[in-house]
Design a protein around this ligand. Sequence first.
Ligand SMILES: Cc1cc2nc3c(=O)[nH]c(=O)nc-3n(C[C@H](O)[C@H](O)[C@H](O)COP(=O)(O)OP(=O)(O)OC[C@H]3O[C@@H](n4cnc5c(N)ncnc54)[C@H](O)[C@@H]3O)c2cc1C
Length: 504
Amino acid sequence: MEESAIWWVRRDLRLADNPALQEALASGLPVRAVFLWAPEEEGEAAPGAAARWWLHHSLAALARELRRRGGELECFDLSAKGVGCAEALRAIAEESRAGVVTACRRVEPSSVAIEERVQEALRKEGVRVVWTVGGGLIPHDGVRQASGGVFQRFTPFWRSALSKGWVQEAVEARWLRSAPFSIPAPLPLKTVRVKRGDREVAIGPVSLEELGLLPKGRWAEGWLDRWQPGEEGGVRRWHRFLTEGVRRYHQDRDRLDREGTSRLSPHLHFGEVAAARLVADLVEAGLWGEEKRDEGGRAFVRALGWREFAYGLLRHVPRMVSEPLREEFRNFPWLEGRADWIRAWQRGETGIPLVDAAMRGLWQTGWMPNRARMVVASFLTKNLGVDWRVGAAWFWETLVDADLANNAFGWQWAAGCGGDGAPYFRVFNPVLQGRTFDPEGAFVRAFVPELRALPREVIHDPERIGPLVRREVGYREPVVEVATSRAAALARWKRFREQIRGTK
Ligand SMILES: Cc1cc2nc3c(=O)[nH]c(=O)nc-3n(C[C@H](O)[C@H](O)[C@H](O)COP(=O)(O)OP(=O)(O)OC[C@H]3O[C@@H](n4cnc5c(N)ncnc54)[C@H](O)[C@@H]3O)c2cc1C
């Protein structure tokens, strides 16, 4: 006889608006909420150090919320055990006498492969698997070109998504309901034994601390003053942005000296808030919809659309994680062997004020505004000529919102090798970007204390700061000169283009 249902908690760390949880509750049976930590099996999608910090606190918040409603979160550590999610879920389902496992789908190649193995293993045991959407706006194979192909460019993708009514449909989804009142749980499991050939492996459950997600040392100290991982923190941040920020979003989103964007990216990444809920709230507030369209609301929903676009691309072009979307870039001559430049970029010691502020800010806060991401990515790949994968790997370790689809897409966009991106010859000028988007120099002052006393006219420009002042305040020489390195990047691009043309 079936005694429970299993909600396999993935990147949907919330109770409200959660289709997978609702499916489990619909069984009428006690719901076992199960989180599996399986970094080896997740491979390139396994969270980096900063995202693991977030995950730890988000799981803690989810566990608290579940307990308040009579439920329980059970974590299983599969790392270094040689046990996959499929085998673990099969054993947990057997031990729990569960007839159904519910889970949301993901888009990373390793996650998709895991889903296939889980489906197969549970089917063999006669356990039903219910796959649901994660909370986004568009089903990942929803929007296709007339030819059936995947859109490589955002604007036609978004136009098609809107005209086909996908976003509207997401907003009207029946799973957009309030949080469940109670979540009855079965008795917690003690030890689950998984058969591996002729031996058995015990897999927990374990405490959150035992998963070892928190970084060692003092790196993330103070992040909890800045962030509140978990559903409550996400909803709080959203409500503040909905009332105070969204109307100005189209004007302020690029300003580095203002909190012009929602800063919801880590909450969205971990599924602590559903994108569809955000749009539903905008509709209710009269800020998005067919008739009354606010410019800020429209720009914000469009930003959410970029995320959907990147997710759809990754689902259908999995190689984009490590290979350029534009095939001709496969043999692009990235400069090798400048470990000192890479280190200077990572540490925010390039001598270019805006780049250094953004990179030091990333280290200090685990986050960076989109405009700054574009500038530092352009600087690394174009002025310094470093392969975009080096930058993507650093972001992966240091961003609390590190997201395989958005990160690979963002880096390819900035490096010029993505399907829809800043062309290679568009090199962001960090001095002009600083003057435009941080006109008073407040962003630089916040993260580069050496430059705190410099006036706004000078603060972004290494040439105007000059060697004397640099020596006086203890700020380093620029690793490259902005104009010369830009010219070198363009020359590299020109040679490469001629070479491609010659071989065609
Ligand atoms: C080089 C580079 C790397 C990036 N890496 C990541 C990453 O690892 N994780 C990540 O979530 N975003 C990434 N982005 C996209 C973007 O910078 C962040 O989503 C955004 O800065 C998050 O801030 P916010 O929540 O205040 O965004 P808002 O402007 O408030 O937008 C709301 C949400 O829309 C989505 N969104 C907005 N802009 C984009 C975009 N250009 N691409 C995809 N989604 C978008 C995000 O989920 C964001 O939280 C990257 C961009 C670049 C250029």
